[in-house]
Design a protein. Structure first.
Length: 211
């Protein structure tokens, strides 16, 4: 059996990342009640263009994420507000490809009250810093629904490059077929993006939500 090379400089394994008022901790089964409460705030789970656990679904959502972790292609996190200690959402590395040192960031969502705040910028800076500076990732990717315009704007504000659209690519939670918009950021582009994100986080509080 041929062993595929691992071109990451370190293993992609569970780790806690913290800074900018946010903690990303390895997702665990006991996060289910808090995650469900965050997902049901404002009925976010009803959105057809993203995957957010609804009532009674958080346990299965976490189990799927942890199965992906066990298989080596996912690394899921719970997002915690450092001020309150509350679980406010989730994010993860996924489609981890060790042989080319590539991974994607996705499955990202936050409770309604934390949207359009500094939270997303902070989480992305933590995840990208760990990916590029610690793991030695060569390319970080994102993918989103073609109708998820808010997600597309958020990814583009990070400084990611739009690679194109995969038509008829996958199923939405409601069973309809979606086109997927693909983005990426390379290690060579990362220093400028890191400076950009750090600048966004030093803006006055009223402007941080525009990041």
């Amino acid at each position: 059996m041929t062993t595929r090379p691992n071109r990451f400089s370190r293993p992609v394994e569970p780790i806690e990342l913290a800074g900018y008022g946010v903690r990303l901790v390895p997702l665990r089964p006991d996060h289910a009640p808090a995650l469900e409460a965050a997902g049901t705030e404002g009925d976010l789970w009803r959105l057809r263009i993203t995957l957010i656990p609804g009532p009674g679904q958080a346990e299965a959502y976490i189990n799927t994420a942890l199965s992906g972790q066990a298989e080596g292609h996912m690394l899921p996190f719970a997002v915690i507000d450092e001020n309150s200690g509350a679980v406010i959402g989730s994010t993860r590395y996924h489609d981890i490809l060790a042989n080319v040192a590539r991974l994607e960031i996705g499955y990202t969502w936050y409770a309604l009250r934390y949207q359009r705040t500094h939270i997303n910028t902070a989480c992305k800076l933590l995840l990208l810093s760990h990916a590029f500076d610690t793991l030695g990732t060569r390319v970080v990717g994102w993918r989103t629904d073609n109708f998820n315009y808010a997600s597309q704007r958020a990814i583009e504000r990070l400084g990611a490059h739009k690679d194109g659209v995969l038509r008829g690519h996958t199923l939405r939670p409601d069973g309809t077929i979606r086109d997927t918009v693909m983005y990426s950021l390379t290690s060579g582009e990362w220093p400028e993006v890191r400076a950009h994100l750090a600048d966004l986080l030093t803006r006055p509080a009223g402007l941080q939500g525009r990041a």
